[in-house]
Design a protein around this ligand. Structure first.
Ligand code: BGC
Length: 265
């Protein structure tokens, strides 16, 4: 019954960082829409296996949906190139690239180390840059259109004190997406960002365990709740589908209204 409404039947998606949190929800949602999914993880093979089990279950009786797990550090150029090539080797095609993996480091600006700066930039920007490049080279080689979806953040727009490198990486990702939307359009490739606000995931564990900070944050969210990974996954499923064929170069916010919430007290 679900088969009729499957938006992504016959498509293959690579979702980076899909052993937990938002990436895991995206992988499962894309599978529910009929896509086969490559589940990438860096250091949590058991999380990736859990995602895979749900991807396969999401396919249900529809044998078209398949998946496999693939280790790789998205902060490494060689690894992202391998992730794309092994996805293609395994499924014979790759239609959707979801650059989800991301990290953040909390420090006062004057204490940020080169190692932490590099770690954030490598995963949040350089790895994404070259993953897109590898994906585009594949699309060109097979003369096939494609969809790139980057998981950015409200902090591609909004300052986040003590997370300077993170903000710099997300701001750069916004501009990368705009630039590539123009350059890749002639190839039939669309590229967009999804920008989550505060989502209940492992990246926020500290905050979630601090009732005072959590409450202060909730006061800033007009919809008065944290987002769920599934809230973000729904937007990704839309952008990955033909419904979004005319959408490129933009950022869609999934933040409960957080970004534009300023009120004089
Ligand atoms: C960050 C979270 C933060 C949220 C809202 C996200 O991009 O990863 O740590 O809570 O933005 O500020």
């Amino acid at each position: 019954m679900r088969t009729k409404t499957m938006k992504l039947e016959g498509k293959v998606a690579l979702v980076t960082g899909s052993s937990q949190g938002i990436g895991q929800a995206i992988a499962i949602r894309l599978a529910q829409e009929g896509a086969s999914v490559v589940i990438n993880y860096r250091s949590h093979p058991e999380g990736a296996e859990a995602t895979l089990a749900q991807v396969k279950a999401a396919g249900g009786k529809c044998h078209m949906v398949d998946g496999f797990t693939l280790q790789g550090d998205t902060g490494s150029l060689a690894d992202v190139q391998r992730l794309v090539s092994e996805s293609v080797d395994h499924f014979g095609q790759l239609d959707i690239l979801v650059n989800n993996a991301g990290i953040e480091k909390n420090a006062d600006f004057w204490n940020v180390t080169e190692a932490d700066y590099d770690a954030v930039m490598n995963v949040n920007l350089k790895g994404i840059f070259f993953a897109i490049q590898a994906f585009v080279q594949h699309c060109m080689a097979v003369s096939h259109p494609g969809k790139v979806i980057n998981i950015s953040s409200v902090h591609e727009e909004l300052p986040f004190p003590h997370f300077a490198a993170y903000c710099a990486s997300k701001g750069a990702l916004k501009m990368l997406t705009r630039n590539l939307s123009v350059e890749l359009a002639p190839l039939g490739i669309t590229i967009n960002n999804v920008a989550p606000g505060a989502i209940e995931t492992p990246i926020n564990t500290k905050l979630l365990n601090d009732p005072t900070k959590l409450n202060a944050l909730l006061q800033n969210i007009p919809l008065k709740r944290l987002g769920q990974p599934a809230d973000v996954a729904a937007m990704v499923a839309f952008l990955a589908s033909a419904d979004a064929d005319y959408v490129t170069g933009t950022t869609l916010f999934v933040d409960g209204g957080l970004l534009w919430n300023y009120q004089e007290q």
